[in-house]
Ligand binder design. Structure first.
Ligand code: 5RP
Length: 265
């Protein structure tokens, strides 16, 4: 792997632990003003010090993140669809590589929609983005999207998606946690991070998800709603961080969450 790509990846996946806590706040690109992300700056600012990277679009980066921030940026560069449109899968590239570089990003991200009528266009976008990334030393994160069909998240489907993403050159992959997750990681020769998905019933469920994913080979999380839709988002991200980077058990992280609830978001 090129030095520049390795260097940028190591700003996200920390060499000290081999793990990464990425904060996903890109949801508005197809969902609009998602609950608790209505005013992105208010949601993002208190969480940034605890994140190894922040994943978002150019619009939210420019309007809602201070340019003096030193948190690495993973720029979402795919989109063009909405939750009320005909298909979430019909994405294209929304931001040029030139602009991504001008924004001094650490990585770029796009979604791929395998198994849909748009799989070819999204996979060719991934391949093109990787070619650009290789030219400029910028890693590409492929997100194995499932659109509205959350039931697709089983290990056979996600293994297929992650492997195809890696074959096309993605430098790291974001997918969902599932039963037999170690099979997904085992078939994917690049690092895998997990999304959190819709908010779980309890925060302990979130911590269990993170703990299980790390134990089964994920290098970390790229998580959004289960952190910032919490009543205590700062306590939540600190607790997730304890599992990702400090090897905390679910009970230890839960204790940290409960004791940290007085920290203001
Ligand atoms: C959407 C995304 C989101 O960033 C991703 O789903 C992570 O957020 P959450 O933990 O809320 O699921 O990539 O395609």
């Amino acid at each position: 792997m090129d030095w520049g790509i390795q260097n940028r990846l190591s700003r996200i996946i920390k060499p000290e632990t081999g793990h990464a806590l990425m904060l996903a706040v890109d949801h508005g690109y197809f969902l609009g003003p998602t609950r608790k992300l209505e005013v992105p700056r208010e949601t993002i600012t208190p969480l940034l010090p605890y994140a190894d990277a922040v994943m978002l679009t150019r619009g939210i980066l420019r309007t809602s993140v201070d340019p003096t921030s030193d948190t690495p940026v993973v720029l979402r560069v795919s989109g063009g669809t909405s939750i009320v449109g005909p298909s979430l899968a019909d994405e294209g590239i929304t931001t040029t590589f030139e602009e991504a570089m001008r924004l001094n990003v650490t990585a770029v991200a796009l979604s791929i929609f395998i198994g849909t009528e748009f799989e070819k266009q999204t996979l060719l976008s991934l391949a093109d983005l990787v070619s650009e990334g290789e030219k400029f030393g910028i890693p590409v994160l492929a997100v194995t999207a499932v659109g509205k069909e959350l039931e697709k998240r089983d290990h056979r489907f996600l293994s297929l998606c992650c492997r195809i993403a890696a074959e096309l050159g993605a430098h790291f992959v974001k997918t969902y946690y599932c039963d037999d997750f170690e099979k997904v990681v085992g078939g994917c020769p690049v690092p895998v991070v997990i999304a959190g998905g819709p908010k779980l019933e309890t925060f302990k469920d979130t911590l269990q998800l993170v703990s299980d994913a790390i134990a089964r080979g994920a290098v970390g999380v790229d998580m959004g709603r289960n952190i910032w839709q919490s009543e205590h988002p700062v306590a939540a991200i600190r607790a997730v961080r304890a599992i990702v980077h400090e090897n905390a058990t679910v009970d230890e992280a839960m204790e940290l969450f409960e004791s940290g609830q007085t920290v203001k978001a």
